[in-house]
Design a protein around this ligand. Structure first.
Ligand SMILES: [Zn+2]
Length: 308
């Protein structure tokens, strides 16, 4: 099954929507990790939400969603670029014992310190241009409500999300009320009514149904009485953009003393990408080169041809 994102609009009503399903992208995300069931759920839901929000924005760059937790889950990260190339990972605290039905609050907001961070990193940054970053306290008892509250606060847009994920699939739907066109009071009333009607249809969607039904069937089942304009589908994909150079940069940021201590202790540094599991090995010569080379790119080239 292909991973698909489907955008649509209600004709004659200021409401737009999207549905997404992630099979392969989600399987590749889970392939190298054994996450407890409750963590699968929230990471999968965040991944579906990330695809929905990225496709909804007209932004040429990468959206990075992070949830920093203060409970057994320390961090969730999902990245999605304008072409819907995605990767995701979760970091758990050591020896975390996580029940299957642990709630979002149990997992990441145990002491009220959870934070939700959205970063928009443009592709063609001007010199000195920073990525946009919004940081808010974790407000909501599910991934969907956290994002709905964020959208309400930051964009002043009524947005509703329905999300579900298990070990097989991650699916979601987004509805959004288009910004008011102004006009007569009657028109504003009509728009509100159309929005409430769309949300009411969305609210008939059960979690089980969302997990077990493909999005084409769901769209028909929910909206068969509506006139929808349906756009060409988009195809999300798993892609990790880790490189030896980036791993080298990360080691440089740790500092020469730290890296030297580690290499003396371990003989060799073995680093696996958190997102795709790719292995990067740095032996003592590689590590020394990191700190003498004039540029990072030279210092982190694959050493095979140089040494043998
Ligand atoms: Zn990677």
């Amino acid at each position: 099954m292909t991973d698909t994102l489907q955008k649509f609009m209600f004709e004659h009503a200021g409401v737009r929507g999207e549905m997404v399903e992630l099979n392969d992208t989600w399987q590749q995300t889970l392939a190298r990790h054994t996450y407890p069931r409750a963590v699968q759920t929230i990471l999968g839901e965040l991944m579906a939400a990330s695809a929905l929000l990225t496709a909804n924005l007209k932004f040429n760059g990468t959206m990075i969603m992070q949830i920093h937790g203060d409970g057994p889950v320390k961090l969730l990260v999902v990245e999605c670029d304008a072409e819907l190339k995605m990767r995701a990972t979760a970091k758990l605290s050591e020896h975390a014992d996580i029940a299957d039905h642990a709630t979002l609050s149990d997992l990441i907001h145990a002491h009220g310190q959870g934070r939700f961070v959205i970063t928009l990193d443009p592709n063609d940054k001007m010199p000195g241009q920073q990525a946009y970053q919004g940081i808010v306290p974790l407000d909501g008892d599910s991934i969907a409500t956290v994002i709905e509250n964020y959208m309400q606060r930051s964009e002043q847009l009524d947005t509703k999300l329905w999300l579900a994920a298990d070990a097989q699939v991650s699916r979601g739907m987004l509805l959004q009320k288009l910004p008011k066109t102004g006009g007569a009071e009657a028109q504003v009333e009509d728009e509100t009514e159309a929005w409430n009607h769309a949300v009411m249809l969305g609210d008939t969607l059960k979690q089980e149904e969302l997990l077990s039904t493909d999005i084409a069937t769901l769209m028909h089942r929910l909206f068969w009485e509506e006139t929808l304009r349906v756009f060409d589908p988009l195809y999300p994909q798993f892609q990790c953009n880790c490189t030896r150079e980036k791993v080298g940069n990360m080691l440089k940021m740790l500092g020469e003393d730290e890296v030297r201590t580690a290499i003396t202790e371990l003989g060799k540094l073995d680093i696996n990408c958190d997102f795709c599991g790719k292995h990067y090995g740095f032996d003592p010569v590689d590590c020394a080169q990191l700190f003498v080379a004039p540029t990072v790119a030279e210092g982190t080239q694959a050493p095979a041809e140089i040494k043998h």
